[in-house]
Design a protein around this ligand. Structure first.
Ligand SMILES: Nc1ncnc2c1ncn2[C@@H]1O[C@H](COP(=O)(O)OP(=O)(O)OP(=O)(O)O)[C@@H](O)[C@H]1O
Length: 243
């Protein structure tokens, strides 16, 4: 099986998926180049979360292909897909999901610890990003002792600290109020720029989408086209989209 002939780091080709017989994705093809920030926008129930689940290998589409570089994610076994996520992907959900028994820093360091990074190095990486959210003094607290927004910031720090190839973020800022929302997005995008992390953000919020290099709109499971085309960033190639 040969990878599609393009330079995308992450690519979906002809995705179709139905939940209980209802089509959710219909012939969706899109690609993201290394280091690019792509926003997937559109109305609620448009299929954004389902697309992110397919891109991350959490869900195998009914038909179609997902490629990570030259790796056919759609045809990997369950354990291979878990390994793919552990090694290459950071995930930010719309709600803060943390391990309640672990402190804030241990949660932020968890992907690194699972990869076998020595505890001291994992803690240093986690603390660097917790400090960006002014959470350093709270690093030893457990999630229940943190405010809801602070827990979401720990989740953002966790995704960045592992320096993955790709971060997939599903409505990453809905849990945050406006100033915190802007700060979280700035932190995420500056981390992506400085560490060459590819980011896909699913959002129905125009302000959140505006940080992206490129926007693709999903509506009724179809990619409508490029809703906006932000000025080309230095050294960044365009995202490709075809339906
Ligand atoms: N596991 C599931 N089982 C059944 N239906 C589902 C499942 N997941 C999603 N759906 C349905 O698929 C459609 C698309 O949902 P999806 O969450 O992918 O869209 P979305 O654009 O992310 O919407 P939202 O912003 O509301 O999360 C919706 O009608 C939703 O109810």
């Amino acid at each position: 099986m040969a990878a599609p002939p393009d330079n995308d780091l992450l690519r979906a080709v002809g995705l179709h998926h139905a939940h209980h017989g209802s089509p959710v994705l219909t012939d969706v093809t899109l690609g993201v180049r290394a280091g690019e920030i792509l926003a997937v926008t559109g109305p609620r129930a448009g299929g954004k979360t389902t697309l992110l689940h397919c891109l991350s290998g959490q869900l195998v589409p009914d038909t179609g292909e997902i490629w990570f570089d030259e790796m056919p994610v759609h045809s990997l076994t369950l354990s291979q897909r878990e390994r793919f996520r552990r090694e290459h992907l950071g995930w930010i959900d719309s709600e803060p999901h943390l391990v309640p028994e672990l402190s804030a820093w241990e949660n932020a360091a968890l992907p690194l610890l699972l990869r076998g990074t020595p505890r001291r190095a994992a803690k240093a990486a986690a603390m660097e990003w917790l400090d960006r959210f002014d959470l350093g003094p709270l690093a030893r607290k457990r999630p229940h002792a943190l405010a809801y927004a602070q827990r979401q910031q720990v989740c953002v720090a966790r995704a960045i600290a592992m320096e993955p190839a790709v971060i997939l973020a599903d409505e990453p800022t809905v849990a945050l109020r406006r100033p915190g929302r802007a700060h979280a997005l700035r932190t995420l995008t500056s981390a992506a720029r400085s560490h060459d992390i590819t980011v896909v953000i699913a959002t129905s919020d125009a302000d959140t989408a505006s940080v992206a290099d490129r926007t693709v709109r999903l509506s009724d499971g179809r990619a409508d086209g490029e809703a906006s085309d932000a000025p080309e960033q230095e050294g960044r190639a365009a995202c490709s989209l075809s339906v």
